[in-house]
Design a protein around this ligand. Structure first.
Ligand code: ADP
Ligand code: MG
Ligand code: ZN
Length: 494
């Protein structure tokens, strides 16, 4: 009989902080620098006799993150040496925090569930090892050594791969809102390690957890999800066949879609932590804390709730809008302009509909125009005010979607007001019935084949005829009216 298991998952996440200089020296903080060993100095190379100096901005950013994630912020804290040797850490220790992390006991809510955050601390990144293909040596690049790194550890509160992925995604969004990191997983700016164990459902109450396995090398959200799913299955099979899961660290091989043993933990590491003698303790007074609190912007979850109340647009659209800081800002600016236009133009009862249209156009055509460039630059030629006016014009002038598209493209190209373009381009919808009827008669005469098709039951042929109407009017005819009149004429002349 297959037993039932409950997965237990905890995450350890490293985040490269966005600061100008490194953690303990004035070298440039740029982990994406291609030229090796250019942003280096005796401090970040770990030469003996050098003295580290704390990067204030990095401390600030960790505290800001801690506040946003509901943590207790330590009133004082200090750095410690974590002693180990590895080729990417030739000085023999990493400056980190152990006993007194800057932030503790926070939480983040995902899918309505509270995931507790055990701690967030500050440390320095290591150098990067490069293994040239086919070579019997490795190279070291110290550009990354000493970059401020924030480590966040959750409690084992997640129970599925989906929860873990969602946690990582929501965290990334928050980090970007806070502007503490770009948190791009593919670029190694956010690195997730997942701890996974299975326990038998019966034993969950007594908190008898299974042996955990740690998975490293998760370079995308998809990898987080797939690796955890894979590992849950792997452990299930072991347990089902009467085996025992061994505690180990594994790496995720994305191409082969499996986890691979890296090292088996025989005993706990002993890093011989001790206070870093070259750095003073940090004191975090309430004034300083208040100041940082003021810098925390409205967070994604608050935005979701407010957008729903204020704009009443569909939740999936809200999600798209808030997923991008610039898009959100643009939407907010143009929606407040729109609300003003709505009052000016006496369209109050259409407010809801127009807001929805604004969201649609921004998500759809708006982004469509943007091709490739970052959003800020992309939408730049159109002011939020003009975008809002554009939406009201669609409504007032009853523009077809084709005309709206032309108008938007012109706005994008020329940065002119939509009302001016409208006049210049004579973008006026043809909706006068007699005029449409005249056009329809002409189309019927010119297209005997589709007309015959339609009359012999091929209803689809009407599409072609409506298309022809659109073509000769350059998209200015109201398509619904065109269709209606065409059908009337065709049925009548049968
Ligand atoms: P270690 O001392 O082995 O590093 P920690 O207690 O520090 O273990 O926890 C490290 C991470 O592993 C945390 O994210 C924690 O939530 C998670 N974790 C702890 N116990 C388990 C477990 N039984 N199953 C899954 N994850 C766990
Ligand atoms: Mg650990
Ligand atoms: Zn340096």
């Amino acid at each position: 009989m297959r037993k039932e298991y409950l997965p237990t998952i905890g995450l350890e996440i490293h985040i490269e902080l966005k600061t100008r200089s490194k953690m303990f020296c004035s070298c440039k903080n740029d982990s994406q620098e291609k030229e090796p060993n250019v942003n280096i100095c005796p401090v970040c190379l770990g030469h003996p006799g050098t003295l580290p100096v704390v990067n204030k901005e990095a401390v600030r950013k960790v505290i800001k993150t801690g506040i946003a994630l509901n943590c207790k912020i330590a009133p004082w804290s200090f750095f410690e040496r974590k002693n180990y040797f590895y080729p990417d850490l030739p000085k023999g220790y990493q400056i980190s925090q152990y006993q007194k992390p800057l932030c503790e006991n926070g939480f983040l809510i995902i899918f309505g569930k509270k995931i507790r955050i055990r701690r967030i601390h500050l440390e320095e990144d290591t150098a990067r090892l490069v293994h040239p293909q086919g070579a019997d040596y490795s190279l070291l690049d110290f550009n990354r050594a000493g970059i401020p790194l924030m480590e966040l550890v959750t409690e084992p509160d997640m129970v599925s791969a989906q929860e873990a992925k969602k946690f990582a995604q929501e965290l990334q969004l928050i980090l970007r809102y806070l502007d503490v990191s770009n948190a791009d997983m593919e670029k190694g700016q956010m690195r997730v390690e997942a701890n996974i164990s299975l326990s038998q459902k019966l034993k969950v109450k007594s908190k008898e957890w299974g042996t955990k396995v740690e998975i490293k090398n998760l370079n995308s959200f998809r990898a987080v999800e797939r690796a955890i799913e894979y590992e849950i299955e792997r452990q299930k099979e072991i347990l089902d066949s009467g085996g025992e899961v061994i505690q180990e660290t594994k790496g995720w091989d994305d191409k082969r879609a499996k986890t691979i043993t890296q090292r088996i933990k025989e005993e706990a590491h002993d890093y011989r932590y001790f206070p870093e003698p070259d750095l003073p303790p940090l004191e975090i007074d309430t004034y300083y804390l208040e100041e940082i609190k003021q810098e925390v912007p409205e967070l994604p979850q608050e935005k979701r709730i407010r957008f729903l109340q204020e704009y009443g647009i569909a939740e999936t659209k809200i999600e798209t809008l808030i997923s991008n800081k610039e898009l959100t800002e643009y939407f907010e600016k143009s929606s407040s302009e729109l609300i003003r236009w709505v009052q000016d133009k006496n369209l109050k009862d259409k407010k809801g509909k127009l807001l929805e249209m604004l969201a649609n156009y921004l998500i759809g055509d708006g982004i469509g125009l943007l091709k490739g460039k970052p959003l800020k630059e992309k939408l730049y030629p159109i002011t939020p005010e003009n975008f809002a006016e554009f939406i009201t014009i669609i409504e007032e002038k009853n523009l077809t979607s084709r005309m709206a598209k032309i108008l938007l493209e012109q706005m994008f190209k020329t940065s002119k007001d939509p009302s001016d373009i409208l006049k210049e381009k004579e973008l006026v919808q043809v909706s006068d019935e007699t005029e449409i009827q005249k056009l329809a008669e002409r189309i019927i005469q010119d297209n005997p084949k589709p007309v015959k098709d339609f009359q012999s039951g091929k209803e689809n042929a009407i599409q072609f005829l409506v298309g022809q109407m659109m073509k000769i009017t350059k998209g200015k005819v109201n398509p619904d009216k065109a269709r209606e009149i065409l059908i009337k004429l065709l049925k009548g002349s049968k």
